[in-house]
Design a protein around this ligand. Structure first.
Ligand SMILES: Nc1nc2c(ncn2[C@@H]2O[C@H](COP(=O)(O)OP(=O)(O)OP(=O)(O)O)[C@@H](O)[C@H]2O)c(=O)[nH]1
Ligand SMILES: [Mg+2]
Length: 444
């Protein structure tokens, strides 16, 4: 991806009132713009206090200006950072002046995109910046910092090194493509291929945890009408987002809310109670509910125990049908001497009883017992790339074992390397880059 080597500028601090507001400028005209604003020649990495002058030489603000000379800057280009007063009008006047002096308003994520294009960071690090800013919990933030510092990239790069080593060995055999791989080499190749597959599996485990941390675990609440789904949603989110009444069929559409449970961000979805639809609205609600269930990571099926008859052991209501499903018995405050088998969770969405245990179980089911020091943030696209790499590696491994012609193995290894390189962005399409950076905030 090539980019216009023009100079970009943006307000980097959030919109609103604050003690300080920051404007970032990056590109070849930065120094000239700094001079135009302050009438001062800037020294790299020195904070210069100055007035910031407007078009008619009047001061429009005063503050600090710092110059980072290329390539020792975030983007790898000349950067100036203005620290003025953090009010909307002041910031907009300053930005306007910077644009007048030759910069253009930056697009979302354009600074990070330039950092990527100038090899200052790779794609996983760029994504980690956005994840860090969007972190919904401390665990997610710490995991983003680990990705930003390159821990995730290092794992991918060391795997790529192994892959390249195997490729070089196999390609040496390509001089004799009509023959099978030499028997003496075969064992060594098999060994290396197996090692790469093992590493891929290990990384995949960590990446899945990372995705849950950065994208949030999708949790759908389902069950019969009046089971208490909306009450539970409100209890988990500590809000009253979802309407609760004693009329069955209160919730018709999918109600969404985010909550951090035991350090793990969840996207919770309350749905319409499962029953034969009474009318068109309810039928549409049920259709939406099943679509969310299909896409979810965890299905929490809530059962109203006050409506059940013992013996509970044989109740079909308490049998999970899907590995993602978790059955939870609600309204235990209404039932005395309950003899529910111990492995079922019993709660009261009303009194809060059993909710701590439920939260613990939810974070365990999400696959993140406690966000460990080894977790880094990751995205679904990383999982897809690693899974695809795994398929090519499996094929390569089978071909080596067969044994078959080295050029077939070489092709699978080439594809493995290409697919895995997508993670760090060494092989990536302009479309993918556009999609990643457009979701960043302005000024980053
Ligand atoms: N005693 C008791 N009542 C509860 C509990 N949880 C929910 N309720 C009551 O049960 C009724 C139904 O609760 P909702 O949360 O609206 O149930 P729902 O599953 O969302 O129902 P629909 O949206 O109609 O499918 C309300 O009157 C709640 O106050 C509980 O743990 N104990
Ligand atoms: Mg409801």
């Amino acid at each position: 991806m090539s980019y216009n080597q023009d100079t970009i500028a943006a307000i980097a601090t959030p919109n609103g009132r604050g003690g300080i507001g920051v404007i970032r400028v990056s590109g070849p005209d930065s120094v000239r713009i700094g001079l135009g604003l302050t009438n001062k020649v800037l020294e790299p990495r020195v904070a210069t206090f100055s007035k910031f002058f407007g078009e008619a030489d009047q001061a429009i603000d005063e503050g600090l200006l710092i110059y980072f000379r290329k390539p020792h800057s975030f983007t790898g280009e000349d950067i100036i950072e203005l620290q003025g007063h953090g009010g909307r009008v002041v910031m907009e006047m300053l930005l306007k002046r910077v644009i007048q002096l030759g910069a253009r308003q930056a697009n979302p994520g354009e600074f990070s995109q330039r950092a990527f294009l100038n090899d200052k960071i790779d794609l996983t690090q760029a994504e980690a910046i956005a994840d860090l800013i969007d972190s919904a919990s401390q665990e997610a933030a710490l995991a983003s910092v680990r990705s930003l510092q390159g821990e995730f990239s290092q794992k991918i790069n060391s795997l790529l090194d192994k892959l390249i080593r195997l490729r070089v060995l196999i390609e040496a055999d390509l001089d004799f493509p009509e023959d099978d791989i030499e028997v003496s080499n075969n064992t060594q190749f098999q060994h290396l291929a197996k090692e790469i597959l093992r590493d891929l599996d290990n990384i995949l485990g960590g990446v899945r945890e990372g995705v849950a941390l950065s994208e949030g675990v999708a949790l759908v609440l389902t069950g019969k009408p009046n089971a208490g789904k909306s009450s539970l949603m409100n209890a988990l989110c500590k809000s009253d987002t979802s309407i609760v009444t004693d009329i069955p069929g209160t919730t018709t559409d999918v109600v969404k809310e985010n909550a951090v449970i035991a350090g793990v961000p969840f996207r919770i979805m309350d749905t319409a109670g499962m029953r034969m639809a009474a009318n068109e609205i309810e039928a549409e609600g049920l259709k939406r509910a099943s679509a969310e269930i299909d896409r979810s990571d965890i299905i929490l099926r809530l059962v109203d125990v006050s409506q059940m008859e013992p013996p509970y052991e044989v109740s079909p209501e308490l049998r999970a049908e899907d590995p993602r499903e978790m059955i939870v018995c609600n309204k235990i405050d209404l039932v005395k001497d309950l003899e529910i088998p111990e492995d079922y969770l019993t709660i009261s969405a009303k009194t809060g009883e059993g909710l701590d245990e439920l939260k613990q179980k939810l974070s365990e089911k999400a696959g993140i017992s406690s966000a460990s020091a080894l977790t880094f943030t990751a995205r679904s696209r990383h999982i897809e790339a690693i899974e695809e790499t795994r398929l090519h590696m499996l094929k390569a491994s089978e071909l080596i074992e067969a044994p078959s012609s080295p050029d077939l193995v070489a092709e699978e290894l080439r594809l493995s390397q290409k697919t895995l390189s997508r993670v760090t962005g060494a092989f990536s399409s302009d479309d993918l880059l556009g999609e990643i950076f457009q979701n960043f905030c302005i000024g980053k």
